[in-house]
Design a protein around this ligand. Structure first.
Ligand SMILES: C[S@@+](CC[C@H](N)C(=O)[O-])C[C@H]1O[C@@H](n2cnc3c(N)ncnc32)[C@H](O)[C@@H]1O
Length: 173
């Protein structure tokens, strides 16, 4: 299963840290790429440094128009999952999403345009209360992959963590 993420509607500066965390969750929970507009270009350096130390080739891709990439991926067969508290409960829909092959997941920041709801194959609520795009994305990615994302190998890592009952065990490579 290929998983990609689109971050829409972020506000420059104000949302920079949240957007960076959306990217970090995407990377560490098994997505291969995030698309975003209107961001602080430093996010690319931040993620590149994480890749260099912890491995993998997760990509940050800046786009002029997020709807173009959504439409393109749909044509290529990706199913579009839009995270929204107004959507269908994840508890009811997670089996259907797990059965799909390639997914493009949309997370918002401010009010999401109606067209996004219409473009989505699944509008998914992680509960019916407002919370955070970071938490909604993490829960969705975990439900889709049943925890298998935590067993992923990140190639060419300079270091990796050996889980320890106490203290820190970091293996240098
Ligand atoms: C802080 S919320 C703002 C939502 C905005 N007020 C709206 O009406 O679309 C930012 C993003 O977090 C995600 N989100 C927040 N709560 C959620 C929930 N309960 N289920 C799914 N996604 C959620 C959605 O992707 C949403 O676009």
């Amino acid at each position: 299963m290929a998983i990609e993420v689109v971050r829409i509607g972020q506000r420059l500066v104000r949302d920079d840290r949240v957007t960076t965390h959306v990217a970090l969750v995407s990377r560490s929970f098994g997505a291969r790429r995030i698309y975003m507009t209107e961001v602080n270009p430093e996010i690319k350096d931040t993620i590149q440094k994480i890749n260099s130390t912890w491995g993998g080739d997760f990509e940050v891709v800046f786009v002029d128009n997020s709807q173009s990439i959504i439409k393109r991926r749909k044509k290529e067969g990706f199913k579009v999952v839009h995270l929204s508290m107004y959507g269908q409960s994840i508890n009811c829909i997670q089996g259907d999403i797990q059965a799909e092959s390639d997914l493009l997941i949309i997370v918002g920041a401010r009010k999401v345009p109606r067209e996004i709801y219409e473009l989505a194959d699944y509008n998914v609520g992680v509960g019916g209360q407002p919370h955070s795009e970071i938490s909604a994305l993490a829960v969705l990615l975990d439900r889709i992959q049943d925890g298998r994302q935590f067993d992923l190998e990140f190639p060419n890592a300079k270091q990796r963590i050996i889980p320890a009952k106490s203290g820190k065990n970091v293996q240098l490579r």
